[in-house]
Ligand binder design. Structure first.
Ligand SMILES: Cc1cc2nc3c(=O)[nH]c(=O)nc-3n(C[C@H](O)[C@H](O)[C@H](O)COP(=O)(O)OP(=O)(O)OC[C@H]3O[C@@H](n4cnc5c(N)ncnc54)[C@H](O)[C@@H]3O)c2cc1C
Length: 445
């Protein structure tokens, strides 16, 4: 099969399996392959290295048990977040942490230690994973945050390198309604956005800002800060409301236009129009999907960038003591991007706390994510320059989005990598089921 991540670059050809049953999968750990879920990581984390096989988990999608007293769901790793929401939202439960799409598997979410719009309040998904079963090359292992904790901390956010996560325990959260109380605030520039975060986001569980990456001068970084809470937060309904049937795609991009649809003029038009949408700053309620998963209404939106694909560049700049380093780093990165016209139609700014896994991405500070069309060597050169700016501010790039970081830059950004790889090699000493990402970053050297 030809395989790629969501950014559609790089593309590899590889053989693999899509097993139906966990038994047959676990019995076959003698020939390990790289786990792959729904392929929503943008770069090469889910792509097998040359000569390796992949194992797609999308049919390992059974719910095993649910305890309504604790909210703990045990499920196979190929269950999608969409499937969990379909079953549990009507019963008054929600995901404790969710990325910006529901089309990821639970295993993929754990393997990337995903974060959501509430990271500054409750961290990444690691804090809600109660147990894992992992089919490693050294045998099937059970681990929890306290039992075989090193394996747990190397597997959560471990990009599939310790083996296949087969079962996951996840603590869901109680909600009183499928709707979200939300508020949108327009800000004239980046300083205004940061001020908005400081002033408002402790009062809401969720916060995220859309940034116009094409605006320059005094308007650089103008944007819209979106705040939200589950409606009726803190109360539990006597009877859960019936769900609005979720998960619809309203429009599907049928094919990849030769030069992409998202030309610079189209990006500018979109950003200006989005910024001009009137926002009263007052609260209103909306369905959870519109708030958490706005992009899911367009099927295959990644095709809009054309056959050459795109990079998603997400970086975090730490600001451990709140002295403003995070803001200065984001400002420098954005200034570089606008100067070189590397705008995006969707750039997202979030506040973060610290991750606790062995290879942490989120650091207390700010993270900015944006799509960058792949226009060849020039794009790669510019992104290398951007890496240097991120490094200057002590920042790092998110590996689940990455397809091009060099091994030296990676090592400088992630000094924890050696400790993490020591833990990986304890269960996978020969480096079986290697990903392209792991080879590119020289993790097995
Ligand atoms: C529109 C969009 C919005 C996003 N928003 C966010 C966001 O807000 N926050 C965030 O953190 N991420 C975000 N992401 C990234 C996404 O959540 C992660 O890349 C996630 O890992 C994708 O899950 P998947 O099932 O598609 O896994 P894949 O992309 O198939 O695999 C990702 C990694 O997980 C490993 N893996 C998959 N399944 C298993 C398993 N069962 N056992 C062991 N390893 C496994 C793979 O080897 C690979 O290294 C977003 C992605 C998209 C497309």
């Amino acid at each position: 099969m030809a395989l790629s991540g969501w950014g559609r670059t790089p593309v590899v050809t590889a053989e693999g399996d899509i097993p139906d049953s966990l038994r047959e999968t676990v019995d076959d750990v003698s020939s390990p392959a790289l786990p792959r879920g729904l392929g929503r990581s943008y770069g090469d984390a889910s792509l097998p290295a040359l000569g390796e096989r992949f194992l797609e988990t999308t049919r390992l999608d059974r719910f095993i048990s649910f305890d309504a007293a604790t909210g703990i769901l045990i499920a196979e790793s190929g269950v999608s977040l969409h499937a969990i929401l379909q079953v549990f939202v009507p019963r008054g439960w929600f995901l404790p942490v969710t990325p910006g799409t529901q089309w990821v598997t639970l295993g993929g979410a754990v393997a990337s230690n995903v974060h959501g719009k509430n990271h500054h309040h409750c961290g990444s998904i690691e804090h809600f994973v109660t147990e894992l079963e992992v089919a490693t090359p050294a045998g099937v292992r059970h681990c929890t945050p306290t039992e075989d904790a090193d394996l747990f901390r190397a597997t959560v956010g471990g990009y599939g390198l310790t083996g296949l996560i087969t079962r996951i325990g996840l603590r869901l959260k109680r909600i009183a309604s499928p709707r979200v109380r939300t508020r949108g605030l327009k800000t004239p520039n980046l300083a205004g956005l940061f001020e908005g975060f400081r002033e408002h986001d402790n009062g809401y569980e969720y916060s995220v800002a859309w940034v116009d990456t094409l605006a320059r001068g005094n308007s650089m970084g103008r944007g819209v800060l979106l705040l939200g809470d589950h409606e009726g937060q803190g109360t539990v309904p006597e009877k859960a409301k019936p769900p609005k049937v979720p998960g619809h795609t309203f429009f599907n991009v049928p094919f990849s236009a030769p030069h992409g649809i998202l030309q610079p003029w189209a990006l500018r038009l979109f950003n200006t129009a989005y910024y001009r949408i009137p926002r009263s700053g007052k609260e209103h309620t909306a369905g959870y999907e519109g708030f958490f998963y706005p992009l899911d209404v367009i099927g295959n939106w990644n095709r809009m960038y054309g056959p050459q694909g795109f990079f998603q560049y997400q970086f975090v700049i730490p600001d451990p003591d709140g002295s403003g380093a995070g803001e200065a780093g984001v400002h420098a990165g954005l200034e570089f991007l606008t100067r070189h016209g590397m705008g995006s139609f969707l750039a997202v700014l979030k506040r973060c706390g610290d991750d606790a896994v062995m290879l942490p991405f989120c650091r207390r500070g700010f993270t900015l994510a944006l799509d960058i069309p792949h226009r060849g060597a020039e794009t790669l050169r510019r992104l290398d320059e951007l890496d240097r700016i991120v490094l200057e501010f002590g920042g790092r790039v998110y590996l689940t989005k990455d397809a091009r970081l060099s091994r030296d830059t990676f090592r400088a950004m992630y000094p924890e990598w050696e400790e993490w790889m020591r833990a990986v090699k304890r269960v996978n000493p020969e480096g079986q089921g290697r990903s392209l990402l792991s080879e590119r970053l020289g993790l097995w050297d």
